[in-house]
Design a protein around this ligand. Structure first.
Ligand code: PSU
Ligand code: MN
Length: 300
Protein backbone atom coordinates (compact mmCIF):
# COMPACT_ATOMS: atom_id res chain seq x y z
CA UNK A 1 0.00 0.00 0.00
CA UNK A 2 1.34 3.47 -0.81
CA UNK A 3 0.22 6.34 1.39
CA UNK A 4 0.62 9.72 -0.32
CA UNK A 5 3.15 11.84 1.66
CA UNK A 6 0.60 14.57 2.41
CA UNK A 7 -1.81 11.97 3.81
CA UNK A 8 0.94 10.19 5.74
CA UNK A 9 2.06 13.47 7.32
CA UNK A 10 -1.50 14.36 8.34
CA UNK A 11 -2.09 10.91 9.86
CA UNK A 12 1.22 10.99 11.76
CA UNK A 13 0.35 14.42 13.16
CA UNK A 14 -3.21 13.38 14.08
CA UNK A 15 -4.75 15.85 11.63
CA UNK A 16 -8.05 15.37 9.82
CA UNK A 17 -8.09 13.08 6.76
CA UNK A 18 -11.11 12.06 4.66
CA UNK A 19 -11.07 8.92 2.50
CA UNK A 20 -12.80 9.20 -0.89
CA UNK A 21 -14.04 6.44 -3.17
CA UNK A 22 -12.94 6.04 -6.80
CA UNK A 23 -15.62 3.81 -8.40
CA UNK A 24 -17.97 6.79 -8.32
CA UNK A 25 -15.38 8.61 -10.45
CA UNK A 26 -14.62 5.86 -12.97
CA UNK A 27 -17.95 4.04 -13.19
CA UNK A 28 -20.53 6.23 -11.45
CA UNK A 29 -20.18 9.53 -13.29
CA UNK A 30 -19.95 10.15 -17.04
CA UNK A 31 -16.78 11.17 -18.88
CA UNK A 32 -15.38 13.71 -19.45
CA UNK A 33 -16.83 15.76 -16.58
CA UNK A 34 -15.86 13.15 -13.98
CA UNK A 35 -12.21 14.30 -13.69
CA UNK A 36 -13.20 17.84 -12.72
CA UNK A 37 -15.79 16.47 -10.30
CA UNK A 38 -13.10 14.32 -8.64
CA UNK A 39 -10.95 17.43 -8.22
CA UNK A 40 -13.92 19.41 -6.87
CA UNK A 41 -14.66 16.72 -4.27
CA UNK A 42 -11.07 16.93 -3.04
CA UNK A 43 -11.24 20.74 -3.01
CA UNK A 44 -14.38 20.59 -0.82
CA UNK A 45 -12.50 18.45 1.71
CA UNK A 46 -9.56 20.86 1.73
CA UNK A 47 -11.80 23.93 2.06
CA UNK A 48 -13.21 22.45 5.27
CA UNK A 49 -9.72 21.91 6.70
CA UNK A 50 -9.04 18.21 6.07
CA UNK A 51 -6.70 16.31 3.74
CA UNK A 52 -8.43 14.27 0.99
CA UNK A 53 -7.29 10.69 0.40
CA UNK A 54 -8.88 9.35 -2.77
CA UNK A 55 -8.28 5.60 -2.80
CA UNK A 56 -7.62 3.46 -5.89
CA UNK A 57 -5.28 0.73 -7.14
CA UNK A 58 -2.58 1.57 -9.69
CA UNK A 59 -0.36 -1.11 -11.27
CA UNK A 60 -1.61 -3.46 -8.58
CA UNK A 61 -0.63 -1.21 -5.69
CA UNK A 62 -3.32 0.27 -3.41
CA UNK A 63 -2.93 4.06 -3.25
CA UNK A 64 -4.15 6.07 -0.27
CA UNK A 65 -4.29 9.56 -1.76
CA UNK A 66 -3.83 10.30 -5.46
CA UNK A 67 -1.87 13.04 -7.17
CA UNK A 68 -3.44 14.74 -10.19
CA UNK A 69 -1.85 12.32 -12.71
CA UNK A 70 -3.29 9.37 -10.82
CA UNK A 71 -6.72 11.00 -10.57
CA UNK A 72 -6.53 11.62 -14.32
CA UNK A 73 -5.69 7.96 -14.97
CA UNK A 74 -8.64 6.71 -12.91
CA UNK A 75 -11.09 9.24 -14.36
CA UNK A 76 -10.17 9.20 -18.03
CA UNK A 77 -8.31 5.93 -18.56
CA UNK A 78 -10.15 2.88 -19.77
CA UNK A 79 -8.07 0.38 -17.81
CA UNK A 80 -9.43 0.75 -14.26
CA UNK A 81 -11.81 -2.04 -13.32
CA UNK A 82 -14.38 -1.82 -10.53
CA UNK A 83 -12.83 -3.52 -7.49
CA UNK A 84 -14.56 -4.75 -4.38
CA UNK A 85 -12.75 -6.10 -1.30
CA UNK A 86 -12.53 -9.68 -2.54
CA UNK A 87 -10.76 -8.54 -5.73
CA UNK A 88 -7.99 -6.43 -4.16
CA UNK A 89 -5.57 -9.35 -3.92
CA UNK A 90 -6.28 -10.59 -7.44
CA UNK A 91 -5.74 -7.15 -8.93
CA UNK A 92 -2.59 -6.65 -6.85
CA UNK A 93 -1.14 -9.93 -8.09
CA UNK A 94 -2.10 -9.16 -11.69
CA UNK A 95 -0.69 -5.62 -11.46
CA UNK A 96 -3.71 -3.82 -12.90
CA UNK A 97 -5.54 -0.56 -12.24
CA UNK A 98 -8.70 -0.54 -10.17
CA UNK A 99 -11.31 1.88 -8.93
CA UNK A 100 -12.42 0.90 -5.43
CA UNK A 101 -16.06 0.54 -4.35
CA UNK A 102 -17.33 1.67 -0.96
CA UNK A 103 -16.45 -1.79 0.40
CA UNK A 104 -12.87 -1.80 -0.94
CA UNK A 105 -12.29 1.88 -0.11
CA UNK A 106 -13.50 1.38 3.47
CA UNK A 107 -11.23 -1.64 3.85
CA UNK A 108 -8.14 0.20 2.59
CA UNK A 109 -8.98 3.40 4.51
CA UNK A 110 -9.25 1.50 7.78
CA UNK A 111 -5.99 -0.33 7.04
CA UNK A 112 -4.32 3.07 6.60
CA UNK A 113 -5.81 4.41 9.84
CA UNK A 114 -8.45 6.69 8.29
CA UNK A 115 -11.85 6.74 10.00
CA UNK A 116 -14.00 9.23 8.08
CA UNK A 117 -15.03 8.42 4.53
CA UNK A 118 -17.26 10.32 2.09
CA UNK A 119 -19.11 8.99 -0.94
CA UNK A 120 -22.34 9.55 -2.86
CA UNK A 121 -24.44 6.49 -2.14
CA UNK A 122 -23.89 3.10 -0.56
CA UNK A 123 -24.55 -0.12 -2.40
CA UNK A 124 -27.35 -2.22 -0.92
CA UNK A 125 -29.92 -4.93 -1.48
CA UNK A 126 -31.15 -4.95 -5.06
CA UNK A 127 -34.82 -5.28 -5.93
CA UNK A 128 -35.63 -8.92 -6.55
CA UNK A 129 -32.76 -10.04 -4.30
CA UNK A 130 -35.03 -12.85 -3.01
CA UNK A 131 -34.29 -14.53 -6.35
CA UNK A 132 -30.99 -13.04 -7.52
CA UNK A 133 -29.23 -12.80 -4.12
CA UNK A 134 -27.83 -9.48 -5.39
CA UNK A 135 -26.72 -7.61 -2.29
CA UNK A 136 -23.75 -5.24 -2.39
CA UNK A 137 -20.61 -6.31 -0.54
CA UNK A 138 -20.65 -2.73 0.82
CA UNK A 139 -23.01 -3.95 3.56
CA UNK A 140 -20.96 -6.89 4.81
CA UNK A 141 -17.73 -4.89 4.48
CA UNK A 142 -19.17 -2.19 6.75
CA UNK A 143 -20.11 -4.83 9.32
CA UNK A 144 -16.42 -5.46 9.95
CA UNK A 145 -14.70 -2.19 9.01
CA UNK A 146 -14.29 0.66 11.51
CA UNK A 147 -15.19 3.65 9.34
CA UNK A 148 -17.89 6.30 9.38
CA UNK A 149 -19.30 6.60 5.84
CA UNK A 150 -20.97 9.90 5.03
CA UNK A 151 -23.39 9.23 2.16
CA UNK A 152 -26.83 10.23 0.90
CA UNK A 153 -28.39 6.88 1.72
CA UNK A 154 -28.86 4.37 -1.05
CA UNK A 155 -30.35 4.86 -4.47
CA UNK A 156 -33.96 4.09 -5.10
CA UNK A 157 -32.75 1.60 -7.71
CA UNK A 158 -32.33 -0.63 -4.63
CA UNK A 159 -34.76 -2.18 -2.15
CA UNK A 160 -34.26 0.45 0.56
CA UNK A 161 -36.32 -1.25 3.27
CA UNK A 162 -34.42 -4.51 2.82
CA UNK A 163 -31.10 -2.62 2.84
CA UNK A 164 -31.98 -1.03 6.20
CA UNK A 165 -32.95 -4.44 7.61
CA UNK A 166 -29.62 -5.90 6.50
CA UNK A 167 -27.70 -2.99 8.04
CA UNK A 168 -29.48 -3.72 11.31
CA UNK A 169 -28.63 -7.43 11.15
CA UNK A 170 -25.00 -6.60 10.32
CA UNK A 171 -24.75 -4.21 13.31
CA UNK A 172 -23.96 -1.21 11.12
CA UNK A 173 -25.24 1.92 12.88
CA UNK A 174 -27.32 4.31 10.75
CA UNK A 175 -27.63 7.97 11.79
CA UNK A 176 -29.53 10.72 9.99
CA UNK A 177 -27.88 14.10 9.56
CA UNK A 178 -30.49 16.71 10.45
CA UNK A 179 -33.19 14.28 9.35
CA UNK A 180 -35.33 11.55 10.86
CA UNK A 181 -35.75 9.91 7.46
CA UNK A 182 -33.31 7.77 5.53
CA UNK A 183 -32.49 9.58 2.27
CA UNK A 184 -32.81 7.98 -1.18
CA UNK A 185 -29.81 9.49 -2.96
CA UNK A 186 -31.47 11.57 -5.73
CA UNK A 187 -34.37 12.18 -3.33
CA UNK A 188 -34.08 13.54 0.21
CA UNK A 189 -36.63 11.22 1.80
CA UNK A 190 -37.09 7.50 1.19
CA UNK A 191 -40.05 7.36 3.57
CA UNK A 192 -38.12 5.09 5.96
CA UNK A 193 -37.78 6.38 9.53
CA UNK A 194 -34.50 6.39 11.44
CA UNK A 195 -34.07 5.85 15.18
CA UNK A 196 -31.05 8.13 15.52
CA UNK A 197 -30.13 11.52 14.14
CA UNK A 198 -27.65 14.26 14.90
CA UNK A 199 -27.48 18.00 14.22
CA UNK A 200 -23.79 18.90 13.86
CA UNK A 201 -20.31 17.50 13.13
CA UNK A 202 -19.30 17.59 16.82
CA UNK A 203 -22.06 15.10 17.61
CA UNK A 204 -20.71 12.74 14.94
CA UNK A 205 -17.24 13.04 16.47
CA UNK A 206 -18.75 12.30 19.90
CA UNK A 207 -20.26 9.07 18.52
CA UNK A 208 -16.85 8.06 17.11
CA UNK A 209 -15.13 8.73 20.44
CA UNK A 210 -17.76 6.77 22.35
CA UNK A 211 -17.39 3.91 19.90
CA UNK A 212 -13.61 3.96 20.40
CA UNK A 213 -14.06 3.71 24.19
CA UNK A 214 -16.82 1.13 24.28
CA UNK A 215 -15.52 -1.71 22.16
CA UNK A 216 -17.93 -1.32 19.23
CA UNK A 217 -15.11 0.03 17.09
CA UNK A 218 -15.08 -2.98 14.77
CA UNK A 219 -18.39 -2.02 13.20
CA UNK A 220 -18.94 0.61 10.56
CA UNK A 221 -21.32 3.54 10.88
CA UNK A 222 -23.41 5.21 8.18
CA UNK A 223 -24.17 8.92 8.44
CA UNK A 224 -27.03 9.62 6.05
CA UNK A 225 -26.87 13.20 4.74
CA UNK A 226 -29.81 14.01 2.45
CA UNK A 227 -29.51 15.90 -0.81
CA UNK A 228 -30.71 19.52 -0.45
CA UNK A 229 -34.26 20.39 -1.50
CA UNK A 230 -32.98 22.62 -4.35
CA UNK A 231 -30.79 19.84 -5.81
CA UNK A 232 -33.30 16.99 -5.48
CA UNK A 233 -34.45 15.25 -8.66
CA UNK A 234 -38.06 15.78 -9.72
CA UNK A 235 -40.01 12.85 -8.24
CA UNK A 236 -42.17 12.10 -11.27
CA UNK A 237 -39.12 12.12 -13.56
CA UNK A 238 -37.27 9.95 -11.06
CA UNK A 239 -40.03 7.34 -10.84
CA UNK A 240 -40.46 7.11 -14.62
CA UNK A 241 -36.73 6.80 -15.35
CA UNK A 242 -36.27 4.25 -12.59
CA UNK A 243 -39.01 1.98 -13.96
CA UNK A 244 -37.53 2.20 -17.48
CA UNK A 245 -34.01 1.53 -16.21
CA UNK A 246 -34.99 -1.55 -14.23
CA UNK A 247 -36.86 -2.96 -17.23
CA UNK A 248 -33.94 -2.22 -19.56
CA UNK A 249 -31.43 -3.90 -17.22
CA UNK A 250 -33.64 -6.97 -17.03
CA UNK A 251 -34.10 -7.11 -20.81
CA UNK A 252 -30.35 -6.70 -21.40
CA UNK A 253 -29.57 -9.46 -18.90
CA UNK A 254 -27.23 -7.23 -16.87
CA UNK A 255 -25.74 -9.12 -13.89
CA UNK A 256 -23.26 -8.89 -11.03
CA UNK A 257 -21.13 -5.82 -10.61
CA UNK A 258 -22.36 -4.31 -13.89
CA UNK A 259 -25.87 -3.70 -12.50
CA UNK A 260 -25.14 -0.52 -10.50
CA UNK A 261 -23.09 1.25 -13.25
CA UNK A 262 -25.71 0.26 -15.83
CA UNK A 263 -28.58 1.78 -13.87
CA UNK A 264 -26.60 4.93 -13.06
CA UNK A 265 -25.72 5.36 -16.74
CA UNK A 266 -29.36 4.93 -17.66
CA UNK A 267 -30.34 7.68 -15.21
CA UNK A 268 -27.70 10.03 -16.60
CA UNK A 269 -28.84 9.58 -20.20
CA UNK A 270 -32.59 9.51 -19.56
CA UNK A 271 -32.61 12.62 -17.36
CA UNK A 272 -30.33 14.51 -19.79
CA UNK A 273 -27.82 15.22 -17.07
CA UNK A 274 -30.24 16.17 -14.28
CA UNK A 275 -29.24 13.07 -12.29
CA UNK A 276 -25.55 13.94 -12.73
CA UNK A 277 -26.16 17.43 -11.34
CA UNK A 278 -27.98 15.92 -8.36
CA UNK A 279 -25.22 13.34 -7.87
CA UNK A 280 -22.53 16.03 -7.89
CA UNK A 281 -24.45 18.27 -5.47
CA UNK A 282 -24.92 15.51 -2.94
CA UNK A 283 -21.37 14.15 -3.13
CA UNK A 284 -19.88 17.64 -2.62
CA UNK A 285 -22.15 18.10 0.39
CA UNK A 286 -21.01 14.76 1.80
CA UNK A 287 -17.33 15.61 1.25
CA UNK A 288 -17.74 18.90 3.13
CA UNK A 289 -19.61 17.31 6.04
CA UNK A 290 -17.11 14.43 6.27
CA UNK A 291 -14.26 16.95 6.45
CA UNK A 292 -16.00 18.89 9.22
CA UNK A 293 -16.46 15.64 11.16
CA UNK A 294 -12.84 14.59 10.60
CA UNK A 295 -11.71 17.99 11.92
CA UNK A 296 -13.98 17.70 14.99
CA UNK A 297 -12.76 14.14 15.63
CA UNK A 298 -9.09 15.10 15.23
CA UNK A 299 -9.29 18.14 17.51
CA UNK A 300 -11.58 16.70 20.20
N1 PSU B 1 -23.79 4.50 -5.49
C1 PSU B 1 -23.70 5.62 -6.25
N2 PSU B 1 -22.72 5.76 -7.16
C2 PSU B 1 -21.80 4.78 -7.33
C3 PSU B 1 -21.89 3.62 -6.50
C4 PSU B 1 -22.90 3.53 -5.62
O1 PSU B 1 -24.52 6.49 -6.10
O2 PSU B 1 -20.94 4.93 -8.17
C5 PSU B 1 -20.83 2.58 -6.59
C6 PSU B 1 -20.06 2.57 -5.27
O3 PSU B 1 -18.70 2.37 -5.58
C7 PSU B 1 -20.61 1.36 -4.54
C8 PSU B 1 -20.86 0.45 -5.70
O4 PSU B 1 -19.71 0.84 -3.60
O5 PSU B 1 -21.39 1.28 -6.71
C9 PSU B 1 -21.83 -0.65 -5.35
O6 PSU B 1 -21.79 -1.59 -6.39
P1 PSU B 1 -22.42 -3.04 -6.17
O7 PSU B 1 -23.89 -2.81 -6.11
O8 PSU B 1 -21.98 -3.81 -7.38
O9 PSU B 1 -21.82 -3.56 -4.90
MN1 MN C 1 -24.25 -6.71 -6.87
Amino acid sequence: MRIHPEVADALAAGRAVVALESTIISHGLPHPGNLQIARDIEACVRAAGAVPATIAILDGQPQIGLDDDALHRIATGTTAVKVSVREIAMLAAAGGDGATTVAATAHLAAAAGITVFATGGLGGVHRGAQETYDESADLTALSRTPVLVVCSGVKSILDIGATLERLETLSVGVIGYRTERFPAFYLADSGHRLDWWIQNPEQAAAVLRARDRLGTKGYGLVLANPISAEAELDRALHDRVLAEGLAAAEAAGVRGKDVTPYLLGHFHRATHGASVAANVALVLGNARLAAEIAVAYATG
